[in-house]
Design a protein around this ligand. Structure first.
Ligand SMILES: [Zn+2]
Length: 191
């Protein structure tokens, strides 16, 4: 009901993580579980310049979640930013490609300027749970380009622990945003 992960028990509404964590976002949805072949597809999208995949992902997101997106009724779509240095190295931000496709399909404005990654964070994979959180805390800053809005839809490629989306949502809420939702292509499995 919150992170959107599939859970094994039919009776439960929240996964273990959502029952034990305070999320800064309200709710989010992901297309697929993060396993083969989806993980390989996203890897190509992210690191091997397969930007065109962004269109397919966006089409699927709209096809599957149009109703929910309309219910959330976001004022703006904001892609989760990469740090400037990382973006320069990679040449593009995969989340921005998704956001732009979604914005076009849904006729919702996209804002890629208001949220910035404040410092270079070390790759999350190498860190433990608490270190991950610390690593990401205050990782995002709202820039001077930000204009007040009530509801934001964040877009990213993968939902793993949710720490990234929470940190981004936290930064936005500190600036007065009331509701933050998210869409990602894939998500880890929950229990
Ligand atoms: Zn959950």
């Amino acid at each position: 009901m919150q992170c959107g992960k599939q859970i094994r028990s039919m009776e439960k509404e929240y996964c273990y993580d959502c029952m034990h964590t305070h999320h800064y976002y309200e709710q989010g949805l992901s297309l697929w579980n993060h396993k083969a072949p989806v993980n390989q597809s996203i890897y190509q999208f992210k690191y091997h310049n397969q930007r065109r995949y962004g269109e397919l992902y966006s089409q699927e997101l709209v096809k599957n979640f149009q109703k929910e997106i309309r219910r959330w009724n976001p004022d703006v779509i904001i892609p989760v930013p990469l740090h400037r240095a990382r973006r320069r190295k990679r040449g593009y931000n995969q989340a921005q490609i998704l956001a732009e496709n979604l914005g076009k399909m849904l006729c919702i404005p996209v804002d890629s300027k208001s949220l910035a990654r404040r410092k270079k964070t070390s790759p999350q994979k190498k860190l433990g749970h608490n270190e991950r959180k610390k690593n990401l805390k205050n990782a995002f800053a709202v820039t001077s380009a930000f204009r007040p809005v009530r509801k934001v839809l964040l877009v990213d490629d993968i939902y793993t622990t949710g720490n990234t989306l929470d940190a981004a949502a936290k930064a936005l809420k500190e600036k007065g945003v009331e509701k933050v939702y998210f869409l990602t292509i894939s998500i880890g499995q929950g229990y």
